[in-house]
Design a protein around this ligand. Structure first.
Ligand SMILES: Nc1nc2c(c(=O)[nH]1)N[C@H]1C(S)=C(S)[C@@H](COP(=O)(O)O)O[C@H]1N2
Ligand SMILES: [Mo]
Length: 524
C-alpha cells in the first residue's frame, strides 16, 4: 500500500509539473511546454532510419505517438522517484529537478529559443517538487496510521508508533488514508485545470486575417476536373483542409505578421530585411503547383495540388544581388528549421516563389503563414520552407540544412509516379462497367501518358484529364468492364519526354520512393 502511494506521489508530481509547465507555456511560448520541448529534441536527435520507420509505421500519428512515449517514460521515471522518496527524499527531489532541468535545457536549446522559454520547465520543477514532498508526507502519514493499527507491515515505519493507543488508531488510519486520497485528488484536479488552461490559451492564439493583393500575373481559371465524371478520383485541386501537412513541429508556429520580417543575407551585394507589407507589394504571380513530400510511399497521400500566390524568389534574390558563386539558397524558418535549395534550380526559369497565398486565401498557420517557399519540381524538404524568415545565399560546402545534415539528398527532383484512387485497394466492387482512375505527376517535366495493366494483360493507355501545366498533376481514368473474381491493377506514368517512371522499388530515403503501385480488388 505504502509503495503504491509513493509511486502515485511520484506520478502525480510529474503530472502536476507537466501541467504547470504547460500552463506557463500557453502564455509564453507553447512549444516550450516540457513534454513538447523534449519531444522536439527527440525528433531532432532521432537517427534517420528510425524516423523513416516511425513515419512508415505510424504515418501522421507519429507525432502523437512520440508525445505519448515521452509522457509514459516520464511517468515511469517519476514513479521511481516517488519510491525513492520514502528513504531518500533529497535524491527523489534531485531526480525531479534533473527531469525538469532536461526539459528546460531542451527548451533553451531549440534553435530559435529565447531565455524566457526556460520558465515552463522552472514552473514544472517547482510544482513537481512541491507536489512530491507534500504527497509523500501524506503517504507517510497514511502508512504510519495503518502501521499503528497493525494493518500494514512495517518496512521502515517507526516501530514506536505501535505504542499508539488502539482506540485512536482506527480514526487515525482513516484520516491518514483520506488525507492522501484527498491530496491526490486535489493534485489531479488542479493539474487537469492547468493543462486545459494552457491548452486553451495556446489554441486561442490565431494568426491575423490579412487582405492579399491581386496577382499581377494571374493563373488561368482551373478547368473542370475528372472528379465530376469519375467518382473517387482526387479533385483537380486539393482543398486546403485536405492538403497533407508534414513538418518537424509539435506546435504550429503562429507568426505575428506585423513584426515578421524576411532577411536576405550571405553571399549577396546588399543584404536587406523586408516587412510583410514590402514583400506583398512586390509583383505577385499566381501558379498551380503540385507539391509532394519525399516521404510519400508509392500510392501514398503526401501529395497535394494547390494554387499559390507569391513573389518570384529570383525577384527577391536579385534585389540583394548575388556575390561570388553561391550554389545554395539556405532558407530558415521562424523556429530555426532550415532547408537548402540548389541555386541553379531556383534560377533555371521555373516558378520558385515565396508564397503568401494558397487556394485564394492567406496561408493557414499549418501551411506556413505568413510566407513560405514553393519550388516546383522539388520535394518539399528541399524547397518548401514554411514560416520562412531568412534566405541565405551560401554553398553546400559551407552550410547544410536540417535534412541534408541527416544524409537526405541535396538535390531531390520529384520522381514521376502515378496513383490509383479508385477502386480502393482490397475493396469489393460490383461487376459491370466501372472506371479505374487516379492522378499522376512528373512535376516540371509534365505527364505524357498514364497506362494501366489489369492482371497479366497488356499496358493500356488511359484517358487524361485537363492539362494544368507541367508543374501540376494530371488526373486519368480507364473505363473497365469488370468481370467477377480477384483482379490486380497496376499503373505507370511516363513524362512528356517519354521517360517512364522508375519501376524498381525504392524507399523514400534518401531521394524519394519509386516503384509501381499495384491494387488488388474483388469484383462480385
Ligand atoms: N519550417 C518548416 N518548413 C517545412 C518543413 C518543416 O519541417 N519545417 N517540412 C517540409 C516538408 S518535408 C514538406 S513535404 C513540406 C510540406 O508542406 P505542407 O505541410 O504545407 O504540405 O513542407 C516543408 N517545409
Ligand atoms: Mo516532405
Amino acid at each position: 500500500m505504502m509503495r503504491l502511494r509513493l509511486a502515485l506521489s511520484g506520478i502525480l508530481a510529474a503530472v502536476a509539473g507537466i501541467a504547470a509547465g504547460h500552463l506557463v507555456a500557453g502564455f509564453l511560448a507553447p512549444a516550450s511546454s516540457p513534454v513538447l520541448a523534449i519531444g522536439s529534441t527527440v525528433i531532432d536527435l532521432t537517427p534517420t532510419p528510425v524516423k523513416e520507420w516511425a513515419i512508415a509505421t505510424f504515418g501522421t500519428n507519429d507525432k502523437a505517438i512520440l508525445q505519448g512515449s515521452v509522457l509514459v517514460v516520464t511517468l515511469v521515471l517519476a514513479a521511481v522517484a516517488g519510491l525513492l522518496a520514502r528513504r531518500r527524499m533529497p535524491l527523489a527531489v534531485g531526480f525531479i529537478v534533473l527531469l525538469t532541468g532536461l526539459a528546460g535545457a531542451a527548451a533553451l536549446l531549440r534553435p530559435a529559443a529565447r531565455p524566457l522559454d526556460v520558465l515552463p520547465a522552472l514552473a514544472a520543477m517547482a510544482a513537481g517538487v512541491a507536489t512530491l514532498v507534500w504527497l509523500v508526507r501524506l503517504a507517510r502519514r497514511a502508512s504510519d496510521a495503518a502501521v499503528a493499527k497493525g494493518d500494514e507491515a512495517t518496512v521502515d515505519g517507526p516501530r514506536g508508533s505501535k505504542m499508539t493507543p488502539a482506540a485512536d488508531s482506527a480514526t487515525q488510519r482513516g484520516t491518514g488514508r483520506r488525507g492522501f486520497i484527498g491530496g491526490a485528488l486535489g493534485v489531479t484536479a488542479l493539474s487537469v485545470l492547468a493543462a486545459v488552461g494552457g491548452q486553451l490559451r495556446a489554441g486561442a492564439e490565431s494568426v491575423k486575417k490579412i487582405v492579399l493583393p491581386a496577382a499581377a500575373d494571374k493563373a488561368k481559371p482551373l478547368p473542370t476536373g475528372l472528379e465530376t465524371q469519375v467518382s473517387g478520383i482526387s479533385p483537380l485541386r486539393t482543398p486546403t483542409s485536405k492538403f497533407y501537412r508534414v513538418d518537424t513541429n509539435l506546435v504550429v508556429p503562429k507568426v505575428d505578421v506585423d513584426s515578421w520580417t524576411l532577411e536576405v543575407d550571405g553571399m549577396v551585394e546588399k543584404p536587406f530585411t523586408m516587412t510583410f507589407a514590402e514583400l506583398s507589394a512586390m509583383p505577385l504571380i499566381e501558379r498551380d503547383i503540385t507539391m509532394t513530400c519525399v516521404s510519400n510511399e508509392v500510392g501514398g497521400g503526401y501529395i497535394g495540388a494547390a494554387r499559390w500566390l507569391g513573389v518570384r524568389l529570383t525577384d527577391v534574390l536579385d534585389r540583394a544581388g548575388i556575390k561570388g558563386s553561391p550554389d545554395q539558397v539556405l532558407s530558415t524558418a521562424v523556429d530555426g528549421f532550415t532547408i537548402s535549395t540548389p541555386l541553379g534550380v531556383v534560377r533555371d526559369g521555373r516558378d520558385a516563389m515565396i508564397a503568401i497565398g494558397m487556394n485564394g486565401a492567406q496561408l493557414s498557420d499549418t501551411h506556413g503563414f505568413p510566407a513560405r517557399l514553393i519550388t516546383p519540381g522539388l520535394y518539399g524538404f528541399v524547397g518548401a520552407t514554411k514560416w520562412l524568415t531568412k534566405l541565405t545565399l551560401t554553398t553546400y560546402a559551407a552550410d547544410q540544412a536540417y535534412w541534408t545534415k541527416r544524409q537526405w539528398a541535396t538535390d531531390a527532383p520529384i520522381k514521376t509516379s502515378a496513383r490509383i484512387d479508385t477502386p480502393a485497394p482490397l475493396s469489393t466492387i460490383k461487376a459491370g462497367t466501372t472506371a479505374i482512375g487516379g492522378v499522376a505527376w512528373a512535376q516540371h517535366r509534365g505527364v505524357g501518358k498514364v497506362e494501366v495493366k489489369i492482371d497479366d494483360g497488356p499496358w493500356q493507355a488511359t484517358k487524361l484529364g485537363p492539362d494544368v501545366g507541367v508543374d501540376y498533376w494530371r488526373q486519368w481514368y480507364l473505363p473497365w468492364d469488370a468481370k467477377p473474381g480477384l483482379h490486380r491493377i497496376s499503373v505507370r506514368a511516363t513524362d512528356l519526354k517519354g521517360q517512364a517512371q522508375i519501376t524498381e522499388r525504392a524507399t523514400p530515403f534518401p531521394s524519394g520512393s519509386s516503384g509501381i503501385q499495384e491494387v488488388v480488388v474483388t469484383v462480385a
